[in-house]
Write a protein that binds this ligand. Sequence first.
Ligand code: NDP
Ligand code: AKG
Length: 488
Amino acid sequence: MSVQAAGVMYRNYINGQWVPAASGDMEVSVNPANRSDAIGRYPLSDAGDVDRAVQAAAAARRDWRKQTGAARGECLRKAADALERRLEEVARTMTREMGKTLPEAKGETARGVALLRYYAGEGMRKVGDVIPSTDSAALMYTTRVPLGVVGVITPWNFPVAIPIWKMAPALVYGNTVVLKPAEETSVTAALVVECFEEAGFPAGVINLIIGKGDVVGPALVDHPGVQGITFTGSNAVGKQIGQQALARGAKYQLEMGGKNPVIVLPDADLKLAVEATISGGLRSTGQKCTATSRVFVHRDVYAAFRELLLEETKKLTLGDGLEDGVWMGPCASGKQLEKVVSAIARGVEEGAELIYGGKRPGDGPLADGYYVEPAIFDRVKPEMTIAREEIFGPVLALIACDDLQDALAMANDSELGLSAAIFTKDIGSMLSFIDDIEVGLVRINAETAGVELQAPFGGMKQSSSHSREQGQAAIEFFTSVKTVFVKA
Ligand SMILES: NC(=O)C1=CN([C@@H]2O[C@H](COP(=O)(O)OP(=O)(O)OC[C@H]3O[C@@H](n4cnc5c(N)ncnc54)[C@H](OP(=O)(O)O)[C@@H]3O)[C@@H](O)[C@H]2O)C=CC1
Ligand SMILES: O=C(O)CCC(=O)C(=O)O
């Protein structure tokens, strides 16, 4: 499709103005469910555009920081109201741009509203402690100050919630922000920033730079005017960002992949375990860092679990997420589809048994989209690639286990450690799991995905930079502590 024919033109947002990229280059955002549907045109920015955004954010820093937390929170509250008013439009755009179903997109947008309201309240909460000094005539306390300019680099899988759960705490604690969203969801990101604009944030406090990750990303990460980088995305890019930020002494926070296990013990409610495995593994077409990917099932209930899983997965409808009754949409992009299809092919090559799905619809209305059927592999061995590498697609690997210790050993045999779930009624098994599983998000009789905005979120091992996002934990990244000693 020609760029000119591709509808509304979106721009960067720098210093309170919507401006094109200096190069004038544009790209078209295309619907992964129907490639003849163009969502809009977006700019391909370069390092010069990034520099202008960082300069604007740096110039706005002092005045923004000097506002009260209550005043900053009030801006976030207005952004929440604006997003709530535009919820339907934002959610429909998200579905058209990255494929998740409309109910999921509406849920995510509502979560964005709730995140903004939560962090609006943070502006009124305490930022330090009084600590007894050894000098009885002195006052000693801690307070917190913002980092300065924060670069926010976000993925396409939660194009509303993730930018908001990073930007809202950054802003309420007094930082200014330059957002670089995933290219695949540039238009959705622009709508989110329009909501911030409607809320009346001062010019320069929020800036948006749209473009290619390998051009805009390094320019932002390496910019000396950026004091902190918060990133969610792949491990490869995350590690590179961490090294670049470390090299120049900038603070960084990385939220990356998962290879999230579910353990099903013989006393589990199998219906619940199956429902949670399907929801955790296949919703959003498996494109969540918290998605269920490895399913360790005790041999005593393996056959029964597998049959029920097959029966329930066969009921799922694949299609355009805008249509009523569709349960699973396409992969978000051609690149993502290729990744999923090649992981499935590798699973077959390595000897796992593909017992359901995994094919691309060859004809009919779905042939034009990036669709793949949900795939279930049986007889998976822990050393197979499908049991080791993140796929980020609707693929479940079933692995038999002898007991809880066997399952825990296999579940922990991973470089990643984001989320894990167990299904059991036995309190002893629950406690062993809580104690021994090496992940940041531990779920008992609940699916691996689905984080709550008021609780800390992050992984162990290579899933994150060992920091936590969301809830009260966000203050740790977005501020620095000052310890103050006062003597009259
Ligand atoms: N943990 C999670 O939630 C996510 C994990 N992933 C994993 O990553 C895989 C690949 O997905 P992909 O979208 O390519 O993920 P990336 O890690 O490439 O993208 C995440 C963000 O980083 C940006 N980026 C890309 N290259 C650089 C760079 N060199 N420096 C700075 N920023 C950069 C991207 O921009 P742009 O989009 O413009 O390239 C995007 O905004 C998935 O299959 C999945 O396994 C993906 C998304 C989310
Ligand atoms: O499971 C969730 O709700 C959040 C998942 C997530 O943060 C991600 O996929 O990046």
